[in-house]
Design a protein around this ligand. Structure first.
Ligand code: HEM
Length: 420
């Protein structure tokens, strides 16, 4: 392999994951294809800030799945391999930051702690229970569109894609409606201040304010429990040894942060992708029953999670012919694996009629997205409602003026002004 090519591509990849190369953030897919052709597992020729000495990119489906499912070889928790290097960026940083009380989430630990934490909330995320939220999600979608229906234009990100999922999770958690806007402001500020290897110092004040708010909310729900997820978790915490107070705070923060940026990207990016493929958009408008399948293809084609949380090698191991050493970090790229040419015919084409077996937009293995049923419901309702109420949707600015940014683990649109 030509090392200078590999170094250049790796530098570009870092430009995508840190958000510092805007044109690549807008379209990283040719770079992903180039990296897949270089190898399924590629060593970065430099170390990453906060991520240890040796780092690898995992670009193809088979190897991505292997890293995510082989729990004997790979972990989300570097502490479990005796690595107490506190400068390591872990899963906690991936969805937020230690200081946001995210260090004790299900995404930062292995089993048995992982199973214990996940099982405490898993009932609230089963497809069956989530389906019961349909009327509530529909009302939230309709209310957002009511606000702009008379204007003939909509800034899709601010008016619809961003508020919809954050309002839904706030409702599930029992955050009072009057505070939904505040939660939205904090979470947007916090998400935008973070990327792989970087954190905007300005986010600290928002983190503090958000932490204080959560503490007050928990205190208030202790006194007056309601029919919501936070009250249910407090009851479990007070019962005894299944959930500590620190874990309770981490869980609330994780549920707010893991789900809104990603789901809003699905809605906004998905809408842009459909506008880019007008024949497919026409098919959807003609038959809304195709929307759930289209959501799956949008997740594969340009899904929100560019990378998952870093995995750390628990022992020396071989992967795709590469010698991985204990403590090495592996960065799995679902956005690349989902276009793996050995898995999907014509992977670079959006095709809502594709017979899609498997994508890993929601990850794979024990940490597979807990919120996937909710994200799917929100995607279904968001697109169905938009196409029903605004069938004449079109871009209000030239396609080339659309800008992207990178925050947390996702590429997202800065704005999407549309006319209808
Ligand atoms: C389209 C929207 C979404 C996408 C693309 C997405 C993607 C992902 C991915 C790739 C993972 C695995 C991370 C890893 O293995 O390192 C994950 C985990 C997780 N997601 Fe999502 N997510 C979405 C929406 C949501 C929603 C709506 C919620 C909840 C409200 C949520 C909650 C979680 C949680 C709690 C985990 C950790 C699960 C575990 O560690 O067992 N996500 N998500």
């Amino acid at each position: 392999m030509d090392m200078s090519n590999q170094t250049a591509s790796s530098q570009q990849m870092l430009g995508v994951l840190s958000g510092s190369a805007p044109e690549l953030v807008a379209n990283p897919f040719p770079l992903f294809a180039q990296m897949r052709s270089m190898g399924a597992v590629i060593q970065l020729p430099f170390s990453l800030p906060g991520l240890g000495q040796r780092a690898w990119l995992v670009t193809r489906m088979q190897e991505a799945v292997q890293v995510l499912k082989d729990l004997a070889s790979f972990t989300v928790d570097p502490r479990s391999i005796g690595d107490t290097n506190s400068s390591h960026q872990t899963a906690a940083d991936y969805v937020g930051a230690e200081s946001m009380m995210l260090s004790q989430t299900m995404l930062s630990v292995d089993d048995p702690d992982h199973r214990r934490l996940r099982s405490l909330v898993s009932k609230a995320f089963t497809p069956r229970y989530i389906e019961s939220l349909r009327p509530c999600v529909q009302e939230i979608a309709d209310t957002l569109l009511d606000r702009v229906q008379d204007q003939g234009q909509i800034e899709l990100v601010t008016d619809y894609a961003f508020p919809l999922p954050i309002n839904v999770i706030s409702e599930m958690l029992g955050v009072p409606r009057s505070d939904h806007d505040q939660i939205r402001v904090w979470s947007q500020a916090l998400a935008q201040g973070q990327s792989v290897g970087g954190r905007d110092p300005g986010v600290a004040a928002h983190q503090r304010a958000f932490g204080e708010y959560t503490a007050q909310l928990v205190a208030q729900k202790r006194k007056q429990p309601g029919d919501d997820l936070i009250s249910q978790m407090i009851a479990i915490e007070e019962e005894g040894d299944r959930l500590s107070e620190a874990e309770l705070f981490s869980m609330i923060t994780l549920l707010i942060f893991a789900g809104h940026e990603t789901t809003s990207n699905l809605i906004a990016t998905g809408t842009l992708m459909l506008l880019d493929y007008p024949e497919q958009l026409e098919k959807l408008k003609a038959d809304h029953s195709l929307i759930p399948a289209a959501v799956e293809e949008l997740l594969r084609y340009n899904g929100p999670a560019t990378i998952v949380a870093p995995r750390f090698a628990k022992k020396d191991t071989e992967l795709a012919g590469q010698q991985i050493q204990q403590g090495d970090v592996l960065l799995v790229l679902p956005a690349s694996a989902n276009r793996d040419e050995s898995q999907f015919p014509d992977p670079e084409d959006l095709n809502i009629a594709r017979a899609l077996n498997r994508h890993i937009a929601f990850g794979y293995g024990i940490h597979t997205c807990l919120g996937a049923p909710l994200a799917r419901l929100e995607g279904d309702i968001a697109f169905t409602t938009l196409l029903r109420r605004m069938p004449n949707l079109r871009l209000a600015i030239p396609r080339e003026s659309i800008t992207w940014h990178f925050s947390l683990n996702s590429r997202s649109l800065a704005a999407l002004p549309l006319a209808f």
